[in-house]
Design a protein around this ligand. Structure first.
Ligand code: NAG
Ligand code: NAG
Ligand code: NAG
Ligand code: NAG
Ligand code: NAG
Ligand code: NAG
Ligand code: NAG
Length: 350
């Protein structure tokens, strides 16, 4: 026998006797593979774990040796899923997700009025990147709106091209004398349709009717169109209340016309009164009366104190009421007594 063969035989024998122990399969680590996979491992034999794609080892040991005890050292390795970088933000939209790790799915959606361009979902890949191209939320567009007959369009903002986007507004006008019915403003809705389109219609108002104690200026007997107006005047000494103009309204009615308020005669034959801060004789200076809205002050006598005080009276549309304290004087009293207007004024009028 060859001496070497003998030596091999002795080593083999002694080995079998001393190291009867072997290691079983090493413990499985979730999401990891081992380099040598078999049923039985010799003492001293080494295995190495590798995390599967998409997973990362924690700081636990990756190499283990089959110990003489026939056991593997306590396994501290964990393979954890890789994280993808948080995506986004998605402008005018949102991203729904639960987790951002390997194989997680995220969903993209857009706010009302925006359309998603691109993929609705994306997955976290083993290389830490997301599948696909990041999507975009593009505003809905509205086609050029239909223009009402006799209408004109005025874009509020000038646009490159003539595309309107979600929430853009446009305004309509009607060609005079047409009247606009509906909403003059339309908005591009989330639907891609315009909120509303107004109508332009003919409106006529009947020949305007005059007013009491007044007249229509330069009126032509005809029907009038929307927004045409007529002016009014009052007879002399009448005072106009309200707007001088009346306009033909959408309803086909005339807007409120002015009113002519009547002047007042002062119902005394003779008296001295205050008018615009000056003493006036009614019989001379105020024969024609006063205008609506004007005021005169009458002098009244306080007998006890021998003084005079004034009471204001206004002309209200032809109505004029003398103050109760005022006494019209007869011919005789004017000769012997002082007129109240010449008496000293009372300290505090009462
Ligand atoms: C993503 O969308 C799918 C299908 O609509 C749904 O089943 C899933 O729950 C959504 N995921 C998230 C995180 O919202
Ligand atoms: C839209 O634009 C095109 C050219 O830019 C023009 O020919 C067309 O008349 C426009 N349409 C409207 C409705 O303005
Ligand atoms: C007209 O439409 C706009 C939206 O386009 C809306 O905000 C507005 O309230 C509407 N006006 C009337 C009087 O309905
Ligand atoms: C969307 O369009 C439909 C008809 O096509 C309409 O009934 C609905 O009111 C629109 N919604 C909005 C928000 O404009
Ligand atoms: C109505 O007429 C007046 C001028 O008299 C003008 O200023 C106004 O813009 C007109 N309104 C409409 C809605 O046409
Ligand atoms: C306007 O005229 C109509 C008839 O055309 C009438 O029914 C309505 O009461 C009028 N409205 C006003 C505010 O005068
Ligand atoms: C004017 O007097 C008359 C009759 O006394 C009365 O009916 C009317 O309401 C008065 N007008 C005013 C504006 O006071």
């Amino acid at each position: 026998m060859h001496p070497l063969a003998l030596l091999v035989g002795i080593v083999a024998l002694s080995h079998g006797a001393l190291a009867a122990k072997v290691c079983p399969r090493p413990p499985e680590v979730l999401f990891a593979t081992i380099n040598v996979d078999k049923q039985v491992y010799e003492v001293g034999e080494e295995v190495e774990y590798t995390c599967r794609p998409g997973f990362m080892p924690n700081n636990g040991q990756r190499k283990y040796t089959c110990l003489p005890t026939g056991k593997w050292a306590f396994n501290t390795l964990l393979c954890l899923p890789k994280r993808c970088t948080p995506p986004g933000p998605l402008e005018n939209g949102k991203i729904d997700f639960v987790e951002l790790q390997y194989q997680s799915t995220i969903n993209f959606s857009c706010e009302p009025g925006y359309n998603l361009v691109g993929s609705k979902t994306s997955q976290c890949m083993s290389d830490g990147k997301w599948t696909g191209i990041f999507p975009q939320c593009q505003p809905v567009t509205c086609p050029p709106p239909p223009i009402p007959e006799f209408g004109v369009l005025s874009y509020r903002r000038s646009k490159p091209g003539n595309v309107s986007h979600f929430l853009d507004t446009i305004t309509f006008e009607c060609v005079p004398p047409m009247a606009l019915f509906g909403n003059e403003t339309a908005t591009c809705t989330a639907n891609g349709t315009w909120s509303s389109i107004p109508e332009c219609k003919v409106v006529t108002c009947p020949t305007p009717i005059g007013i009491e104690n007044g007249f229509i200026e330069f009126a032509v007997r005809r029907t009038y169109h929307y927004n045409e107006s007529v002016s009014f005047g009052c007879q002399p000494t009448y005072v106009m209340e309200g707007s001088k103009h009346s306009r033909c309204e959408k309803s086909g009615n005339w807007s409120t016309k002015p009113i002519c308020r009547a002047p007042c005669k002062i119902p005394v034959k003779k008296a001295v009164v205050l008018y615009n801060g000056e003493k006036k004789r009614v019989q001379n200076d105020l024969k024609e009366g006063i205008l609506h809205g004007e005021t005169v002050s009458f002098f009244c006598k306080n007998k006890e104190k021998s003084c005079a005080y004034t009471v204001d009276v206004a002309c209200v549309d032809g109505n004029f009421t003398l103050p109760a304290c005022f006494k019209e004087r007869g011919f005789f009293s004017t000769l012997v007594k002082k007129d109240p207007s010449d008496m000293k004024p009372c300290e505090d009028e009462a």
